[in-house]
Design a protein around this ligand. Structure first.
Ligand code: ADP
Length: 434
């Protein structure tokens, strides 16, 4: 009896052990397949016929299939999102709750070349802007302005961005913490704005001095002209006239510049004989009292093709350069005007043997209101716009201009204008001499 009971018990134990073993191996299989996201039924050998295990396998299979589908959908949507963001000109950035970068589009890499490996980095280590950091913090606290302009430092310079930020809403109702930012490059607008502000400030400054002189002298004349000597009165009137003239010149130059800079500005081109055209200007200058103490030379190639140019504007170029050469060189100086062909271009040069211009000033000479010697320029009625006008006229003719100078030796202004070589077949070559 006892033995039979023991055998019975042993058999029951063995059966239990066998079942446990089976469950263990199924659990191992379940674990393995779930980890590998493989379908359980494919792994499984013929069905066990045990309802509970088969049901579990079924349920696990459907979860894994669903998961695989969702995974595929997610990758597709992510690829689609990345492709869409890749076409944007604005930089897009997604940050996790700790401000580590989750996603960035290609515009961000273009605008900030140092961000090639930004994914997984803390944003402030790759994007250097204190304002942006504050913007991110304030957005998370729900206090940021909808759009803010801010400066970012790059390796060499700085760029301005208009930033928009938003918190990505969570789907499960928990507090949302991912943040999405769109950065729009406004550097060019900022630069233009600053040029405009500088220009307005410069014009106001240029107008203020002559206007206040005119006002002051006119008031003194009004109050005391009866008690004034004839000589004083005349001197006052001459001063008013001189500053009125200066205002007139300034407004003329400003108008010229604004016409030259206007969108769609064009030049009225005519076929000109460059040698005779320049010779007439040089002759006119030689007879002017302002050039009496200077020597004017004119050298040119013996023969030059016709030039398609606007005669009035080209005259203005010569006048601005010759007036400068006369103004900024002492009596007895020589001014040499040259006209030479260089391939498909004609070069006009105006050289003087005056004091010259420091190398540091040369790159700025053609900027509006830039003066090397401020006192001398104003004293001689300079507006600070002459060379800027020269530059714009050259550009409208498809040409370029620059200055070369050596301190104590003199300055040469050079202009290269393209020759329209078709015009040459219809016209005679210019061989006049000055
Ligand atoms: P401005 O009306 O003052 O002459 P410009 O634009 O014509 O203005 O010239 C800019 C500045 O360049 C001048 O103020 C002057 O300091 C310098 N400059 C121009 N031409 C010469 C020259 N031939 N020699 C020396 N300095 C010159």
């Amino acid at each position: 009896m006892m033995v039979a009971a023991l055998i019975g018990l042993s058999l029951a134990l063995l059966w239990a052990l066998y079942r446990l073993q089976q469950h263990r191996s199924r659990l191992r299989l379940l674990n393995r397949t779930v980890r590998a996201r493989r379908l359980l039924l494919q792994e499984r050998q013929p069905e066990t016929g045990e309802t509970s295990w088969d049901a579990l396998a079924e349920a696990t299979n459907s979860i894994i299939s669903e998961n695989a589908e969702l995974q595929q959908l997610r990758s597709g949507q992510l690829a689609q999102l990345q492709a869409t963001l890749g076409t944007l000109r604005e930089a897009v950035l997604i940050l996790d709750p700790d401000n580590y970068v989750l996603m960035a589009n290609s515009a961000l890499h273009t605008l900030f070349p140092q961000t090639q490996h930004i994914i997984g980095e803390r944003v402030e280590t790759v994007l250097h802007s204190r304002d942006f950091q504050t913007f991110v913090d304030e957005l998370r606290r729900g206090r940021s302005k909808p759009q803010t302009e801010m400066e970012f430092l790059t390796d060499t310079d700085s760029i301005w961005m208009q930033a928009t930020g938003t918190i990505i809403p969570s789907l499960d109702g928990k507090p949302a913490e991912w943040a999405l930012f769109v950065l729009h490059d406004v550097t060019r607008q900022k630069q233009l704005e600053s040029v405009r502000k500088d220009f307005v400030a410069n014009v106001s400054h240029e107008l203020r001095t002559p206007l206040s002189i005119i006002k002051g002298y006119a008031e003194t004349l009004l109050e005391g002209h009866r008690d004034m000597s004839e000589a004083d009165r005349e001197q006052f009137l001459r001063t008013i006239h001189r500053h009125g003239e200066r205002l007139h010149l300034l407004l003329e130059d400003l108008l010229s510049l604004s016409r030259l800079e206007a969108k769609g500005a064009t030049v009225h081109r005519e076929s000109l004989k460059p040698i005779s055209f320049t010779a007439a200007i040089v002759e006119d200058y030689r007879s002017r009292p302002a050039a009496r103490a200077h020597t004017l030379e004119f050298t040119h190639d013996p023969v030059l093709p016709d030039l398609l140019a606007d005669p009035l504007k080209l005259t203005q170029v010569f006048e601005n350069l010759l007036n400068n050469a006369l103004k900024y060189t002492p009596a007895g100086s020589t001014i040499s005007i040259g006209l030479h062909r260089h391939g498909d271009e004609i070069e006009i040069s105006v050289r003087d043997d005056g004091p010259g211009i420091p190398a540091a000033d040369l790159p700025h000479l053609f900027e509006r209101f830039y003066r090397v010697d401020k006192g001398r320029s104003r004293e001689t009625g300079g507006t600070g716009l002459g060379l800027s006008i020269v530059k714009h006229i050259c550009q409208l003719h498809g040409g370029r201009t620059w200055a070369e100078s050596e301190l104590g030796k003199g300055t040469t202004f050079r202009i290269r204008l393209p020759l329209n070589l078709q015009a040459r077949t219809r016209n005679q070559e210019d061989t006049a001499t000055a």
